[in-house]
Design a protein around this ligand. Structure first.
Ligand SMILES: *[C@@H]1O[C@H](CO)[C@@H](O)[C@H](O)[C@H]1NC(C)=O
Length: 321
């Protein structure tokens, strides 16, 4: 009997111990699980933190990249001055030019009509151009107007109009304003690379022009980075034997020399010289377009009808100005 009771007691003890151990195991397991979960979520948090760190680092670097490209408002303005007059191809030429200018950052287009009023054609074209523009008009005095029968080089065109644009700049811009002024006629073609290069003009920059002056191109001659002469066929003795499309002037220089303007009385071919003479000397000219070895602007058709001679000596007709 005694032994039996002892046995029961032992069995009871064993069952209790096993039960207790089982209960402890059951208790311990969820405890382990939360630990796992906790470490997993800690890891997730760490990864998320790292990701957001990388994200902000990326943003910072992207911002720096943007900052490396000069912001548009920091680029100095290019003022393209375009005199224009009513003719069959006027709209086509202005559309073509405006769509070139659309590609140029920080550009201000000053269009001056040779007309007693602003015409509807040009007004609408400008309004739809998506360009920053100023629309002016000035009628060329009768005695200076080119007649239908006059050869195209007899009287320079666009003189009053370009001068009005210069006057507008002097009245609407202040000393200290940065900018480059370029006389971009509506019958030429312009390479976008030209605009990148002329933005840095300090006084007057120059470069070759294609299909003008009865030549395949005219160009300043450059030695050791300085202009020493000009390749031209028409009156090489002119002070600045260059086409209107072949130079740009810094705005500060024009603002500082308030009297500098194109001379309405200038002999043919001397119009460019009439402005430039009061602004720079040949030695001060800044050659662009790889030391004036590349053509970045020019006429769109030969201006000397039959053929463009290779040599200046074979030139048959005077240039278009
Ligand atoms: C122009 O020529 C000068 C002198 O020969 C040279 O130092 C300079 O690098 C040249 N510039 C370009 C853009 O080729």
């Amino acid at each position: 009997m005694k032994v039996k009771l002892k046995n029961v007691f032992v069995i009871y003890f064993l069952v209790s111990v096993i039960g207790l151990m089982y209960a402890l195991l059951q208790l311990g397991q969820p405890c382990d699980c939360t630990l796992h979960l906790k470490s997993a979520s800690d890891l997730l948090h760490a990864k998320e933190k790292k990701l957001s760190q990388l994200h902000s680092e990326l943003k910072r670097l992207q911002g720096r990249e943007k900052a490396l490209e000069p912001a548009e408002q920091e680029l100095s303005v290019i003022y393209a001055i375009t005199p224009t007059y009513a003719r069959l191809v006027q709209k086509a030429e202005l559309v073509r030019l405006s769509q070139t200018l659309l590609h140029v950052k920080n550009l201000h287009w000053i269009v001056v009509e040779d007309s007693p009023v602003k015409t509807q054609l040009v007004s609408e074209l400008l309004a739809q151009s998506r360009l920053r523009f100023t629309h002016l008009h000035a009628e060329t005095p009768k005695e200076h107007k080119r007649k239908e029968s006059d050869p195209n080089w007899l009287k320079p065109r666009g003189v009053e109009q370009r001068n009005l644009a210069l006057q507008w700049l002097r009245e609407n811009r202040q000393l200290g304003d940065k900018g480059t002024v370029y006389f971009a006629d509506d019958d030429n073609t312009y390479s976008l690379r030209l605009f990148d290069e002329i933005r840095s003009t300090k006084r007057v920059s120059v470069w070759p022009v294609g299909l003008v002056g009865g030549l395949r191109f005219e160009r300043p001659l450059v030695e050791n980075g300085r202009v020493v002469g000009f390749y031209t066929a028409w009156k090489p003795s002119r002070p600045f034997p260059m086409d209107m499309a072949g130079f740009a002037v810094s705005l500060p220089l024009l603002l500082a020399n308030r009297e500098a303007r194109f001379d309405l009385q200038a002999e043919r071919g001397y119009l460019e010289s009439s402005l430039l003479q009061s602004l720079v000397s040949i030695e001060e000219l800044e050659p662009k377009a790889d030391n004036c070895t590349k053509v970045r602007a020019g006429g769109v058709r030969p201006d000397c009808a039959s053929s463009i001679p290779m040599q200046p000596s074979r030139l048959k007709c005077p240039p278009d100005r």
